[in-house]
Design a protein around this ligand. Sequence first.
Ligand code: ATP
Ligand code: MG
Length: 556
Amino acid sequence: MANETESRNFIQQIIDRDLAEGHCTTVCTRFPPEPNGYLHIGHAKSILLNYGLAEEYGGKFNLRFDDTNPTKEKVEFVESIKADVQWLGADWEDRLFFASDYFDQMYEAAVKLIKKGKAYVSDLSGEQIREYRGTLTEAGREDPGSKRSIEENLKLFGEMKDGIYKDGEKVLRAKIDMASPNMNMRDPVIYRVAHMEHHNTKDKWCIYPMYDFAHPIEDAIEGVTHSICTLEFEDHRPLYDWVVREVEYENPPKQIEFAKLYLTNVVTGKRYIKRLVEEGIVDGWDDPRLVSIAALRRRGFTPESIRRFVELCGISKSNSSVDYAMLEYCIREDLKLKRARVMAVLDPVKLIIDNYPEGEKEELTVVNNMENESLGSHTVTFERELYIDREDFMEVPPKKYFRMFPGNEVRLMQAYFVTCNSFVKDESGKVTEIHCTYDPASRGGVSPDGRKVKGTIHWVGASTARKAEVRLYENIVNEELGVYNEDGSLNLNPNSLTVLKDCYVEPYAANAEAYDSFQFVRQGYFCVDAKDSTKEYPVFNRIVSLKSSYRLPDNR
Ligand code: ATP
Ligand code: MG
């Protein structure tokens, strides 16, 4: 319950007051997705906000599919949304609802309004309704339908329901105020004729309620106390209140608006994500470059990191964008103590230790996470031939290059000191082999006599390491050029995906399961791709690199 000492966001303050003043005795919130696409990071904010409030106040959280619009909805989306909400940890228990199950009650509510003289059937076309509505400076005109008797309205509305009329031929309008300064109150349409099959109710209905009418009724039926939505619905609140008042619900829900979450350098709008998917620019709704929840999961983000991110974003009344780097900060912080560190070579070149006995191998024990002993250890196999990363060798080193070059001694991480003697190039001048000798007395990478080496490089055993694909990502759009062009197209970053097909990773990581993740020494955090990875040829997505110049804003 409310804790006076911590700072309360404006929504908590409203709820605290409603409870204190007896406007409600319990709290019930809901997340009401329209099943017309996959959820994204913005929805995660709404889910965690609503779920978090229900938890905090010992109340209830409903997952409700707002499936009143039969055109765009798909069963595929219902399943993906459930999976995403569950993954985020927002447990709806047995409180899963479908707005389409309330069509009977919505119809009854409309009849009630007609009987109270608060709704009428209109013959105007969509275009005429717009025309009659007036402008911000000019009042609207009376709809001739508004003069109809209650009896006639009841008869016509019944006929609408019975399928007598074609799409668009008649609508039901709420009778409110054609001169209201709020355009939403100028006799809004509340029911339309649409001869369309609905995925749940099939062909039972040929009239469907409009969002502004349906939503408050859904909330009221479920006993929602605080209906939290985004800022663009602020001007709709008077209509929300009108509906719950005129339909005479005993404990009417209250609508509260907050600002949407926007992220820099990413595409959040469902509409845009859909286009990227449909145009084949990305590999489905879960392409790791997207910020749909499915994509974040596939990329290797954890629910904890997203919860932390949403917490850091806070709740606000004004729209603003959050730096994508903050999301990266959250996943880095979350994985830091939880994941094992392993060696992976992304751009391999062979290293041969000339004085190491041929055919021999040895197991070296490495600690999984230096900062968290409880993660234990695993072994790596050291042998005569290894792979190291190409960038860890230079024929002619620049100043301050401490890694491998002819004549230099370096540490092979957790293994031995080695000194580079020679190298081999192919006709094109590419280095194909590096030769060195090792000091058997430096086992474990520990100096035998106090002599120091400045460079430590990672490696994998050539015969034991597993070949793998590694995918590196950049932002999918180029924000500096503007995410959206004037013609509505997106400014795509041509380098958003780099695929490395000849990488080598330790068997310890290569044997992992989908969604497992690791820190690859120096390269970042990587996650086993759930779609394309196989036992024979693992595929890793880079979740995030290790370092960033990002600092949390002072006020967090
Ligand atoms: P989009 O704008 O991406 O198409 P939407 O608002 O149409 O999303 P809905 O399924 O209608 O998607 O939204 C379900 C809930 O999620 C609504 O309560 C909505 O206010 C909330 N929501 C949608 N986008 C965001 C966002 N960027 N930040 C916070 N909440 C959001
Ligand atoms: Mg919507």
